[in-house]
Design a binder for this molecule. Sequence first.
Ligand code: FES
Length: 390
Amino acid sequence: HRAGMLPGRQDWSSWPHYQAAEAGFRGYWYPVCFSSQVGDKPRAVTLLGERLFVIRDNGKIYGMKDRCPHRGVPLSHGDKQFPGTISCVYHGWTFDLETGDLKAAITDGPLSPICGKVTQPTYDVEERLGLVWVYIGDGEEPHPIDGQLPEELVGNPAVVGQRIQARAGNWRFACENGYDEGHAKYLHRTALWRLFKPMPVWNTTKIVKRGRWIYRVQREQYWEADFPGLGPWSGTAWYKARPPKGVRNIGNTTSHRKVNPTIAAQEFPGFASVSMPGVLRIAYPTFIHYEFYVPVDAGNHLYVGMLADFKKGVRTLPFYAKYLGAVRWLFHGQFSGQDKWMVEVTDAPPEKLYRPDDSLLQWRKLAEDTTEERLERLRAQGIEPADATA
Ligand code: FES
């Protein structure tokens, strides 16, 4: 039994863009908070190492760089003195939220000559799925956000339950952990969630690409295994979970319930999939779980967990009961807490990969290829990105 079926790599030099993207990939929309958290007062956000703030005015949310150009005080300490503007708390420089133009320097009077000579950088902001999304780019026109959201969430009625948590650790470890095949079977074997969603000890897998996503397609599944010289092992023995007979499987899930028609219509090639810039999708028969790994800076990320049930009207009520009564605690809570722990303690590279890590390799390749394409596109537009990840 030889280790290293895959070429073991000691570093990440095979994926230079990925390696350089310590603080995240530019050119994407990222969720930063709940819509309900943004009102009349500025809310400070750090995204890909950039400090900005978001604020609502007349129903619309705006984003702006959170550093007053006068003396560098955070504008998020300021407030709205005039409609459609933010005034710095220190000397009252007042910026237009839409354009970033300096409209007034209150303490220099109405005819202050500095007005019209300073423009504060702004950010594109959208609201979707109850979340506020900010685009981080290099001055290019952002692509429509709907083209980046999971396709099934655009145009299908869905009810969502979400959890946002600030977490320590690099966003890449969080994303790799989410898509990591082996950890689901071993690390999470003690999670209460697994009472409801048993998994095999191991299985063979193929990663397939479809559209923007790569899918883990599980083939033979082994619910028990005999390890030479060691003995039998079953991760599911204590609660006797087995795949029921005649079950319609999506990937490796063993729920006996009917598949939701919206989910069935997607014909997902596999149970777990991932897309840029770090979005995980786990498709169960009756709902889909998503994780967005949002880079705050090199050492911190935002975990955005989201559960979507494709129902509408009164049929959404049981979802809320289920989500708030169980899923939020068991899945977005305890299960996900195990992931949080691993992301905090992972220390790679160097690393030595094994067969199930094909999921990691394929994700890095996707990130690498997609970034390469974006760089070429930007350069063709005459935009020179700031660094390798830009
Ligand atoms: Fe902002 Fe002076 S530092 S107005």
